[in-house]
Write a protein that binds this ligand. Sequence first.
Ligand SMILES: [Zn+2]
Ligand SMILES: [Zn+2]
Ligand SMILES: [Zn+2]
Length: 468
Amino acid sequence: MEHSIYKIVSNPNGRNILVINHYFDVEKSEEIQDEKFDIVYLNISNMSNNEIGLLLEKTSPIFSTKCWMKPRYVQTNNTARMGILDILTDGIVNSPFDELVTQRSEEIFLQMSRLQITQTANVSTFVALFIRLCKYSISRGKYTYTSTIIPGITEGHSALYAALLFNNEVASRKEFLEFNQKLLELGYAEPQDFVERVHLCPQCKSSHLIYAECCPKCESSNINEEPMLHHFRCANISPESTYVYDDKLRCPKCRQYLHHIGVDYDRPTDVHTCGECGHTFIHTKMKVRCANCGSKHRPAHLQPMDVVRYKYTAEGIQSIVNNDALIKIGKDLWFGYSNFDSYLQQLRLFSHTSALNETLYTIRLKIRVADHVSETDRIDFLRRMHELFYDYNFSYKSNYFFLSSKSHTEDISNTQQQIMRNIEYKLSTLQTDCPFAYVEEQTSVVRDASENIERYIRRLCEPIYRNE
Ligand SMILES: [Zn+2]
Ligand SMILES: [Zn+2]
Ligand SMILES: [Zn+2]
């Protein structure tokens, strides 16, 4: 029984716990439907690191459909193997009937029903991802977060984002910081207290800096420290190495042997010698190298940044759980926003984080804007596009507009039709509002989960590359 792949057990509160002893794909399983279990319990003691990684992904309270927001516990004989993702579990325990499982789960269920936390539509924008992270935090009774994702001083939904990023540097921090900024602007969050002052690379804003002492003359860190010796009798002061003679200490100036520190000599200070240029000096210089972009800086030129703890306001919590925040921030954040590189980065991120049964789906539109159109009209047109397609990953480049979304593979033709109808409708509104813009070409580019994301991106960008 212990070794069955999975089983479902009931706890004293009548909650069903899905206990998984060996890896299998929960999302794909026909047998285990969403409503069959309330709590997830993973016994990962006998799994390989690879299986643990996959299982944590398949049962993710953020990304999976069946395990969405459900309390999740882990049994393991080695917590180190979970890596940074232990942040997305509710406890490490030894039995599904552990007191902690029973109590903690009821707290989460209470919070979920009290706040009526609803599922976020299956859209693939960054904003939707961030909102999911906020919802998860709120469901766990965590209302504060830090303004940074710097490891060690990050909390709340910022810590969740950092955990998701840990092996996935493709995602940009910029969108996340903008999102946090929007929470403040809209009154969804307010500053609570000061956490820490950190320093950033003035070039790339990374906090990943390497500090090293170096030679003030040539800036090499190949420096050696040794004491200076002061011979009282002749007043000679020079590095200890100049005194070493036949395993004893002998003054290089007057050639007398030294015997007792404090009596015939002392060590007034330490001195540094540079292994590269030979320069001798008392005070080292500090140099800083950015581990991200490699640039070198003086400490005084680093950019200081205060890390602050924020707290969701009552209005913020309400808007996050009922998806108002998703719509509002989505509209604002993508307004005027059109960085194509950043859009491609998002596609890469979502190819990492999406479930196997999800397909990336992009509509590529070639839209021609009449030549005589004024700058104001042009901006109006862009604004209108952003408003209409706020729930897509959205970007444009050389007359081509890209609208990306995720959908479930099982139902692809159906979903595709729905998406097309939705897009047709939106484009007809656009036609009314901006009659000077018209769609010249419309192509859907679908990626199934097995296609390499770079290959997909090449297919997607093919007409742009052709024109360049
Ligand atoms: Zn030097
Ligand atoms: Zn001497
Ligand atoms: Zn840098």
